[in-house]
Design a protein around this ligand. Structure first.
Ligand code: SIN
Ligand code: FE2
Length: 218
């Protein structure tokens, strides 16, 4: 493990890990060899449940486009944040969670010290240049003893990882394609967000950054 701030790009090789906080770990390049398969699955899922820009409860259009797969999808609208078994765009269940997805999430969780994680939902975020996600907690899940596993693909973004209070100063780390972050335990309710994504062209994912977050929602 390299302490945060002491690892140059040279050392962030696949297999390296960087702690972001207690029980919050960045696994560099952990999903790199699955990039192509994950990209194909994202396309297949979006062909059924398209990416859409949801509204915040306050009525703002989110800059990140989202879809979901699994038993429950994360929704935001005028009524608030929640998980729904049906995709409101279609009135049908979300596409199932591919085994490739859940196996990756379980393996990453185990590597980070959370053996036994069994995700039932995956939120898929799509960022274009300028898209960002402000600091928030993931707290709509029923069992907060289960961690969050986050897989980044495509363009690099700056991840902000703070503390239990919104005012806790976050650490900032680049998340590159193939990087996986796992947080749980004492960091499960840490505030986190993503800085505005800069325009670019990723060899596989083009003008986009994708992020898969795996949760135990129900
Ligand atoms: C999220 O918090 O849902 C997304 C985090 C990310 O895009 O890296
Ligand atoms: Fe989140």
């Amino acid at each position: 493990m390299t302490p945060l701030g002491c690892s140059g790009d040279l050392f962030d090789a696949p297999g390296a890990t960087t702690p972001l906080a207690p029980q919050a770990l960045l696994l560099h390049g952990f999903a790199l060899d699955l990039e192509a398969d994950l990209g194909e699955w994202i396309g297949a899922i979006a062909a059924r449940s398209p990416f859409r820009h949801m509204q915040t409860p306050g009525g703002q259009r989110m800059s990140v486009a989202m879809t979901s797969c699994g038993a429950a999808g994360w929704i935001s609208d005028a009524r608030g944040y929640r998980y729904e078994a049906l995709d409101p765009c279609r009135g049908e269940p979300w596409p199932p969670l591919p085994e490739l997805f859940s196996a990756l999430a379980r393996r990453a969780a185990t590597t980070a010290g959370f053996a036994g994680f069994d995700p039932d939902a995956c939120l898929i975020n799509r960022y274009q240049s300028g898209a960002r996600m402000s600091l928030h907690q993931d707290r709509d899940e029923r069992d907060l003893a289960q961690p969050i596993v986050s897989v980044s693909l495509g363009l690099t973004a700056t991840f902000l990882f703070g503390g239990a209070r919104r005012s806790d100063r976050p650490v900032r780390v680049p998340l590159r394609s193939g990087d996986v972050v796992v947080w749980g335990g004492v960091s499960r309710l840490a505030h986190h967000g993503v800085g505005p994504v800069a325009a670019g062209a990723h060899p596989r994912f083009g003008q986009y950054r994708f992020n898969l977050t795996f949760r135990r929602a129900r």
